[in-house]
Design a protein around this ligand. Sequence first.
Ligand code: HPA
Length: 271
Amino acid sequence: MLAKINETAEFLRGKVSGEMPKTAIILGTGLGSLVDFIEDKQYIKYSDIPNFPVSTVEGHSGNLIFGTLGGKRVIAMQGRFHYYEGYDMKQVTFPVRVFKALGVDTLFVSNAAGGMNKEFKVGDVMIITDQINLFPENPLRGKNFNELGPRFPAMTEPYNHRLIALADEIAAEKGIRVMHGVYVGTTGPTFETPAEYEYFRIIGGDAVGMSTVPEVIVARHGDMRVFGVSVITDLGGKDITEVPSHEEVQLAAEKAQPNVVAIISELVKRA
Ligand code: HPA
């Protein structure tokens, strides 16, 4: 695994013009148009990057984008690898390993999620304060490489408290309503049954989605600071019978997108 990570990092170092970024951004649902704010962009197709999986999901294109956002050098992942697509945990989290090898110390992530918190509305932006891993495995399972991080990493602050406080300040300045909550990560690709939404709420979840948790575990293994946002694209619970469709999820995410982009772009600048 180390050889592959280093090979990919070497390849990117050789390709990228300009300083290596210390900030990486996974452009999940709700954050795609952040790309428009990145300047001096250099696109590198996943299919051209050695050892990179290739993205298969509709509406996600596969590129690493190197550029500048708010005066900071950034790497953005346009398209991520989901466990439900069939990638294993090591593939899902491989880009985060490569970011670390390139010297990245701060990771921003976004996703679409179903809301269980009864205060939430479709289109809400939820700053992720914590997460629950309900994937059937942990990306760190297997031999530990001490070069990458400790065997038993602490997960007491998965999402950086200072970045959360900064994001709250930015949201208040811009008059954007933000919620806080715990993200439950599940395999998918099924959306939840009413009983499952209810179960996730009872165990302490505010929103549920099919990504993010693996990447954040690996980022924390490598001691990166992490900031995450969920866009609430549908609501679930035992009395809720509306059926979330992939299209509705995309539509709700598009509506919230300007707010997410406004917060993250300012946060990258100030972080
Ligand atoms: N469940 C799981 N993943 C999701 C949902 C949901 O309700 N909405 C968007 N992604």
